[in-house]
Structure formats: structure tokens, C-alpha cells
Design a protein around this ligand. Structure first.
Ligand SMILES: Nc1ncnc2c1ncn2[C@@H]1O[C@H](COP(=O)(O)OP(=O)(O)OP(=O)(O)O)[C@@H](O)[C@H]1O
Length: 314
């Protein structure tokens, strides 16, 4: 668990704080996305967790331990860090890059080799094909995967991710987001990520922290933030399509009813209500049969079921 207690950071004494009295708790195994307008203090907040910045006042605890009391080298090796520019060492092979922290930690070479291969496989790269290559022989999306594998290699409990998908094209980004999210859940990482992309924050975050002028305005699950923004600023920030955004966060499985007819197009149970609505509109039908590809009928979803659950505060 990561805990920020009344954390303030002022870069210039007497100036406005970059981070202003922020308190929040991040449960083990969950992901928090920090989001807000440029300059609101997201990056500073994240960088204080691995002591790349030191709080002016307040405390940051990782598993009950004050991060400013831990040797910075030890702290940074125990916290994975993924950044947009990836920062791979250009003259080292992909395998050597992924092995960086385990080598620093002086793990056994055979164990490191095994771990590197496991990590490359985990992020969808073939160790035999990709491992011997240099970073410049990879695409941007592949390099991002290597950066992620490198951060995971030492099996840190905590991962910090600074705009990790910023440099990837939108289609690859969506795929990589889904894969990284699954890996982070499977490996039970506690994650703090900074993003400028609201859809990314809503997709990746178990909770989203919305900041403005150094202050934490709202800290809630995506669905709750969309349903109940606590200020005009947050409501504006979420945009006028926040009802539609809620549909993205709920799956067909959660809203389907028993099927009484099979005479409709089909949709997968894991599809979002947003996708179901667009299919219903595009195909001009009343509803859709829910089933896995080639599997038995699981249920039915109609327009009313899609639109019913959207709850918006007035
Ligand atoms: N090293 C620094 N020295 C002085 N001021 C800084 C430093 N780093 C950040 N700041 C200032 O602190 C404030 C918060 O910056 P920070 O980078 O944390 O915001 P951010 O929300 O991550 O911004 P962005 O979305 O533009 O990356 C800004 O006003 C910024 O100019």
C-alpha cells in the first residue's frame, strides 16, 4: 500500500506549491491514474513516491515505510519506473536491457536469463527473435513493451508509469493498454500512472485522481467519478459525453437478461455497453444475443438495458 499524507511540494520558496496538501491511499494490487491539466502537479506527485523529488512537507509511506528514510538507490530498484521515452540503453541488446536491474541486484546469471525470457514472453515478444536485437531495430510499440518488461524484471511491488503509452499510435496503444492492464493485475502490482488521456485513465485506473493547481479534487473509481463529479471543474474536465464514457466501463455481461429468441445479431459478453449500443444502432435492431464466438447463448441485451444503468448526477 502507498500512502500520501498531507504532501506538499514547493519548488521555489514563497512560490505557489506544485503539490498542495495531497492525501491519498493506494491499495496493494490496484492502479491509480493521476490526471489533470498541464502543470497541475501529477508528475511531481508521482516522482515523490520514488524520491526523485522530496516533499517539502508531509509524508509518503510505501508499505508503512517513509520513502525519504530508505536509501534512494535501494528504493528506486524496488520501484519499477516506466516512462514515455522508454530510455532503453541503445548499445545494449533487448535482453541486456531487460536484465539491467536483476544484474545490479547481482542475481544468478542463469536465473536472470530465465527471468528475461519470461518477461519478454509476458509482454508478447519472442525472446529468441527480439532478445539479441538492439533497441533501434524495434518499433515504438515494441520498445514500449521492452521498457515495461525491464521495469517488471526485478518483480517490484510498486510500478510508476509516466505517460507510458504517449508515444504509441492510437490503435497499438489501445491493445498495449489492455495487455499491460492484464499483466499488472496478474502480477498484483500497485501502480501509479500519470496520463493526459482521460479515456486511458478511466480504462487503466481502478481509481482516478483528478488534480488541479496542485490540489487533489476527486479520487474515486472511474464509474463513480463519471456518475458523480464533485465539482463543476471535474464535470467539465470529464466532458459532455461522460454518459457515453460510463457505457465504456460496463460490460454486456453485467446487463444481459435471459434470451427468449435467438433471431438477433450476436455480441460477446465481455463487450462494452458502448459497443453494444453502437451495434444496435448500426444494425437497426432492438437487441443482441450474447454469446462467445460459436458458444451457447448466454443472454440478451436490448437498448433499454444498455441505457438503463447510466446514472448522472444532476
Ligand atoms: N524541477 C522543477 N523546478 C521548478 N518547478 C517545477 C519543476 N518541476 C515542475 N515544476 C513546476 O511545478 C508545477 C507542477 O509540475 P508537474 O510537472 O508536476 O505538473 P504535471 O501535471 O505533471 O504537468 P504536465 O501535464 O505538463 O506534465 C508546474 O508549475 C511546473 O512548472
Amino acid at each position: 500500500m502507498i500512502e500520501l499524507r498531507n504532501v506538499t511540494k514547493t519548488y521555489n520558496s514563497g512560490g505557489r506549491p506544485a503539490v498542495d496538501d495531497v492525501s491519498l491511499q493506494i491499495e496493494t494490487g490496484t492502479t491509480v491514474a493521476l490526471i489533470g491539466p498541464s502543470g497541475c502537479g501529477k508528475t511531481t506527485t508521482m516522482r515523490m513516491i520514488n524520491c526523485l523529488q522530496v516533499p517539502t512537507s508531509g509524508q509518503i509511506l510505501v508499505n508503512g515505510q517513509d520513502v525519504t528514510k530508505v536509501d534512494p538507490q535501494v528504493l528506486r530498484r524496488s520501484i519499477g519506473y516506466v516512462i514515455q521515452q522508454v530510455g532503453l540503453f541503445p548499445h545494449m541488446t533487448i535482453s541486456e536491457n531487460v536484465a539491467t536491474v536483476p544484474r545490479l541486484l547481482k542475481h544468478d546469471p542463469a536465473k536472470i536469463r530465465k527471468r528475461v525470457n519470461e518477461m519478454l514472453e509476458l509482454v508478447g515478444l519472442d525472446p529468441d527473435e527480439m532478445g539479441p536485437r538492439l533497441p533501434n531495430a524495434l518499433s515504438g510499440g515494441q520498445r514500449q513493451r521492452v521498457g515495461f518488461a525491464r521495469a517488471l524484471a526485478a518483480d517490484p511491488e510498486v510500478m510508476l508509469m509516466d505517460e507510458p503509452f504517449g508515444a504509441i499510435d492510437p490503435i497499438t496503444r489501445s491493445k498495449v493498454q489492455t495487455e499491460f492492464k492484464e499483466i499488472l493485475k496478474k502480477t498484483n502490482k500497485t501502480v501509479v500512472m500519470v496520463t493526459h488521456d482521460l479515456d486511458e485513465a478511466l480504462k487503466m485506473g481502478d481509481r482516478v485522481a483528478i488534480m488541479r493547481d496542485g490540489k487533489l479534487l476527486q479520487y474515486d473509481a472511474p464509474i463513480d467519478i463519471l456518475a458523480r463529479p464533485n465539482s463543476l471543474f471535474v464535470a467539465d474536465f470529464l466532458g459532455t459525453d461522460r454518459a457515453l464514457k460510463q457505457l465504456n466501463l460496463i460490460s454486456v455481461r453485467d446487463r444481459m437478461t435471459p434470451a427468449t429468441s435467438t433471431d438477433f445479431p450476436t455480441i460477446a459478453p465481455s463487450a462494452s455497453l458502448h459497443f453494444a449500443l453502437s451495434e444496435i444502432l448500426a444494425q437497426k435492431v432492438e437487441g443482441l444475443i450474447v454469446r462467445e464466438d460459436g458458444g451457447p447463448v448466454l443472454g440478451f441485451i436490448n437498448r433499454a438495458a444498455v441505457l438503463g444503468p447510466v446514472a448522472l448526477a444532476s
